[in-house]
Design a protein around this ligand. Sequence first.
Ligand code: GTP
Ligand code: MG
Length: 362
Amino acid sequence: MFDSLKKRLHAIRNAFGSSIEDAMGPAPEEEVEQPLPEAASPVQTGETPPAEEKRERPTVINRLKVFVKEQEVLLQEKDIQEPLFELEMALLENDVALPVTDEIIARMKEDLVGRRRRLRSSVDVLVLETLRSALCGVLGDGLNLIDYINSHERPIKILFIGVNGTGKTTTVAKVANYLRKHGFSVVIGAGDTYRAGAIEQLGTHADRLDVKIIRHQAGADPSAVLFDAVEYARAHRIDVVLADTAGRFHNRANLMNQLSKIRRVVKPDLVVYVDEAVAGNDAVIRADEFNRTVGTDAVVLTKADIDPKGGAAISIAHTIKKPIIFLGTGQGYDDIVPFEPRAVVDELLGGEAQCWTDSERP
Ligand SMILES: Nc1nc2c(ncn2[C@@H]2O[C@H](COP(=O)(O)OP(=O)(O)OP(=O)(O)O)[C@@H](O)[C@H]2O)c(=O)[nH]1
Ligand SMILES: [Mg+2]
């Protein structure tokens, strides 16, 4: 999904590396540490030295080892201006939202410019760690649905909302399948009573997956359907209620009022906003509008399989400050993957991903 950005990031890493090496000038000479003179050795007093002293005292072999002195880098903004600009362009061209691009660039600058950075092993590691830290910073912590369910009172009620045709109904079916495979019982509520054929569409999924569905006739009040689904779950000790709803735009007042009523009646634990990754920046803008009008707790991005850029996946969590829980990766029931920010950064940059909290940042 991030193919195009991945390639660009690889080239940008090299560009940062060259710029930093140029700014550092020639490498310092290697130094040979001299063995400590005998007099410097701890005097035998008969007392046991403190644990720390014990640990730090170098062995004879270590004392004779050749080592390269740890280098410190102090960069100015002009030293990395070019690769920073390339990074900015690459992010924007891959549909990363402008404020999120700005945030990534600001984090890169903050980490690299005007601060003494210890070079642990190589310039490339420094660049990699800084990029990783900036991307992890905007991707946030994610939300593990299994952990969430295990730590909340059941039935857990999850309401799926969003604009028309983004994949809500398919996602309800996929999540039902996913949760069943993880050992949870599920009931589906056919809350789209508006679009012709919507109830039948969800009914077909429920039949195929052999999942209980609660439905009323077309045109019924969706709040009543979903209330019944919750009652069914309570009566039958079902773990999770998955509530489908009709597609709507945030500026359609009557449909938005309907959604508010559903929220009041169902009291969902999680309101999940569903949009298409492939919609790029539009998805980010719509998610923001929905979040401001009805409030959302998490996001599912569908059609990641046909999105070569990945900009929405990088931008949405930071923009609305709500985590992405799943990516939809195809039309099959198994085509859904939990969204793990670290794995995404890992994919973008390669190697083992490390996302630090702000206080842990190197
Ligand atoms: N390639 C791909 N197609 C998907 C994915 N998720 C859903 N779709 C397809 O997107 C189309 C619309 O999906 P629905 O689940 O009906 O969308 P919806 O949001 O419920 O639509 P409305 O109820 O009309 O608002 C269907 O053809 C799905 O098969 C996905 O992750 N990848
Ligand atoms: Mg639907």
